[in-house]
Design a protein. Structure first.
Length: 651
């Protein structure tokens, strides 16, 4: 057996292989479809979009008996009566209504053994489509462990279609499933289709369960006891805040030593460049742009990796669904539902998947309100900026009780983003739908379980890899462009002597060149906008460069610092002073300025990829323009307030 996956692309035609059988996986969210998909193909899902819409599709291939098959993991749905865009796509694919997307030849209906009673209604709807169908039952091991029972063979006889047990994340039953797929043309079909009438369908489902000897899984005792605390409206909320506090304490405490090693490594690299590359412009490009800029962002890889590792662990254990349940009450106050919180929760990694997750919302007004709020959630791109600025603001040895002050400030920034997102969602919901109607929402609470190490590591690596890839593409291009702006126009030795600068003093030359560069001109051009916030021209350039990607703010300051002292860039930033103007000689990174920067980055929409995906999801430039305008204006006003208040407090 070999496996291969294909990226379908936006047109939906890139992976349409009409000469091989097409198999579609359907089922409810969390039923295990993606685990079955990954086990069948041997690789992770490759994503693209369905033609004409932005709903993601996951397509792969596998071979069995010398023949290739295309398998597609359709968006999860509890019913074939759609109420959201992604559910509509599932129905359209099954009915063959999408252009350039052939109707599946066969279906795999994935159902969770522990929730089989609820799933049979969906199975009945799928069987009514009349396609060759095989039912894949997942979590049978968990059903047995929790004293439940299911006769899989009898279930197949009752349904009139093949039924196979599979434990997707362990690969159990996948070999037999592949063999059965090779016989899809000869799969048996129900003699009589399930009844369409809801009352008759319920009776049909009960008779199927009785014939299969189905006994529901007992409530997981540990889960029941823990949920009594974690889902309590008061105790559960308190635990949630404690978990988040410990979360950020861990990110700072464990990652700090590793960050020191990474920083030392890039300092060593910069020294090598200075010692062995004797072409001035090439040495500057490699030492300042690549190592000082990109390396200055990669220094924060330990925090990024640890952040995603902890998120993957919380998801794998089952805690994140509890957090969503708790936050459903908060979302209801904003006029939204729990599905909106799931979308906002996705924005902790990146606003883009959070905005894409709004497809699960049935209300167009809810989707817009959630999209307008998603950029306020603290994404991973802000983490390097926060770590840098908090490191300049708070001494790592300072503690508040048992907690480190740096971790508390970081927690405060995440809390500020979350509260601001709730307020923004509330405001846009009220503007778009004054009735404030909230759609019903329910979410499965999986039992607590130890996550599979491979699943956790894959989730951590996938998210971390996107951050590293951004460093090698967007940030690399931006930092090279910034290096050119910081080093042009070329300054002659005569010009420097006339300005009182010794051409033999490398540090003085670097400082003079940077201070008379195009970047300096640009930074001073926008100075009237940012002067009230305490920013100097170097900070202004960093803020402007961050419009492409927030991390480039760190890369910009890294280049400026590396030009003066490549081995101790952090010390350069701490002692950096205003070169001219009414604040000449004063330190740049004082507490009021750092507070203003932190708050500005908490609110500003500084990610063109987010703007682009918002345009694709809404189908218009109106909402991206609204988002960019209101977030930029809010960022400036809130940063000014933060600077003013910090100054009044004696910062």
């Amino acid at each position: 057996m070999s496996a291969d996956c294909h990226d379908t692309g936006d047109s939906g035609t890139g992976a349409v292989l009409t000469d091989v059988p097409r198999v579609a996986l359907v089922g409810s969210p969390n039923a295990g479809k993606t685990s079955v998909f990954n086990s069948l193909t041997g690789l992770k899902a490759k994503t693209g979009n369905y033609p004409g819409v932005t709903v993601a599709r996951f397509v792969g291939t596998f071979r069995v008996g010398g023949r290739g098959y295309v398998v597609e993991d359709l968006p999860g749905t509890y019913s074939l009566e759609p109420i959201s865009p992604d559910e509509q796509i599932t129905v359209d694919v099954l009915d063959g209504r999408l252009e350039n997307v052939p109707r599946p030849d066969a279906l795999l209906v994935v159902v969770d053994a522990t929730t089989l009673r609820r799933s049979l209604g969906f199975v009945a709807q799928v069987l009514a489509r009349g396609l060759p169908t095989c039912v894949v039952v997942t979590f049978t091991d968990e059903l047995t462990r929790r004293q439940g029972h299911l006769d899989v063979e009898a279930l197949g006889q009752a349904l009139g279609v093949p039924v196979l047990p599979v434990v997707g994340h362990r690969g159990h039953g996948i070999g037999e499933l592949r063999e059965r797929l090779a016989e899809w043309r000869s799969w048996p079909r129900p003699v009589l289709p399930p009844p369409a009438d809801p009352d008759e369908s319920d009776a049909w489902a009960e008779s199927v369960l009785a014939f299969a000897g189905y006994r529901s899984a007992e409530r997981h005792r540990v889960t029941q006891r823990v949920d009594a605390v974690l889902l309590h409206p008061v105790l559960g909320t308190a635990v949630f805040f404690v978990v988040m506090l410990l979360f950020f304490q861990t990110v700072f405490t464990l990652a700090a030593p590793l960050q020191g090693y990474v920083e030392a490594f890039f300092g060593w690299l910069s020294g090598l460049v200075a010692a062995h590359v004797h072409v001035a412009w090439l040495s500057g490009l490699l030492g300042d742009a690549v190592i000082g800029g990109v390396g200055g962002v990669l220094v924060f890889v330990p925090q990024i990796v640890l952040l995603f590792l902890l998120i993957a662990l919380l998801e794998g254990v089952g805690y994140m669904s509890r957090a969503a349940f708790l936050m459903d009450r908060v979302m209801a106050r904003a006029g939204l539902e729990g599905r909106a919180f799931v979308a906002l929760l996705s924005s902790f990694a990146c606003a883009i998947p959070g905005i894409m997750a709004t497809r699960t919302l049935p209300s167009a007004n809810d989707r817009v309100a959630t999209m307008m709020a998603a950029p306020l959630m603290t994404c991973s791109a802000r983490l390097p900026v926060y770590v840098l600025l908090i490191g300049l603001l708070v001494d790592p040895s300072v503690k508040v009780g048992p907690f480190g002050a740096q971790g508390l400030v970081m927690f405060g920034m995440y809390l500020l983003g979350a509260v601001s997102a709730m307020l923004a969602a509330w405001a846009f919901k009220r503007l778009g739908d004054r009735r404030g109607l909230v759609m019903p929402f329910y979410m499965e609470m999986p039992p607590y379980r130890l996550p599979a190490p491979r699943s956790v590591l894959v989730a951590m690596w996938d998210s971390s890899r996107s951050f590293i890839r951004k460093c090698s593409t967007i940030i690399m291009v931006t930092t090279v462009g910034l290096w050119l702006l910081l080093n042009l126009p070329l300054q002659s030795a005569a010009q420097m002597r006339a300005a009182g600068v010794d051409p033999g003093d490398a540090t003085a030359v670097s400082s003079y060149v940077v201070d008379h560069s195009y970047a300096a001109d640009l930074g001073r051009l926008v100075a009237p906008v940012f002067d009230p916030l305490g920013f100097d021209w170097r900070v202004n350039v960093g803020v402007l460069s961050a419009q492409s990607a927030r991390e480039t703010f760190v890369a910009t300051l890294g280049q400026v610092a590396a030009a003066e002292d490549p081995e101790h860039p952090a010390q350069v930033l701490r002692s950096m002073t205003y070169p001219d103007g009414p604040r000449a000689g004063q330190r740049v990174f004082t507490a009021p300025t750092i507070a203003a920067l932190l708050v500005y980055f908490a609110y500003a929409l500084q990610c063109m990829a987010t703007v682009g995906i918002m345009r694709r999801e809404t189908g218009t430039w109106k909402w991206p323009a609204v988002a960019f305008t209101y977030l930029t204006a809010t960022a400036w006003v809130m940063a000014y307030l933060a600077r003013t208040i910090t100054t009044m407090l004696g910062g």
